[in-house]
Ligand binder design. Structure first.
Ligand SMILES: [Zn+2]
Length: 152
């Protein structure tokens, strides 16, 4: 199953080579993560978090990772968050994203938003052909984002 970041306008997943991080068990900490997601998704709440809810590494500053150096040097294949790390970096929103957002709003009433994204996720993880098809353009965009994040 593809683990896709649930932050709005992000769309990174483990398939795009991003580190994927589950919501923390600690309630106070988890609330901070929920608040971060809520900035762009008003419909998201603590009740929306499931065992499958993940946020990708692009939303964390470099010092949020306890093994950032090892990872960059290639000694670690997986980035691990330090205890108490909170996502702070919102995705760069392109005009293309906003256009898509407007188009979606026209087509679907706000209430159907959740079921729509759930359907999209299951389609992507369903057939291999579908997911590889839509992963390619997203990947290059994601890398570009990561470059921007590094500059800052
Ligand atoms: Zn993300």
């Amino acid at each position: 199953m593809v683990q896709r970041c649930l932050v709005k306008f992000c769309g990174n997943s483990d398939k795009t080579g991003h580190s994927i991080h589950k919501f923390p068990q600690n309630k106070a900490l988890r609330r901070q993560w929920v608040r971060f997601v809520q900035v762009k998704r008003a419909d998201f709440g603590e009740g929306s978090v499931t065992q499958y809810s993940v946020v990708c590494g692009a939303h964390f500053t470099k010092d949020s990772f306890r093994n950032a150096l090892q990872y960059e040097l290639g000694f670690s294949r997986k980035r691990e968050l330090s205890e108490g790390a909170i996502p702070t970096i919102q995705p760069q929103v392109t005009s293309e994203d906003l256009e898509k957002e407007r188009a979606t709003k026209r087509k679907f009433p706000p209430a159907s938003h959740t079921s729509h994204s759930a359907a999209a996720t299951s389609t992507a993880s369903g057939t291999g052909a579908t997911s590889s098809h839509d992963t390619v353009p997203k990947k290059s965009r994601a890398i570009h984002k990561r470059e921007l994040a590094r500059v800052r």
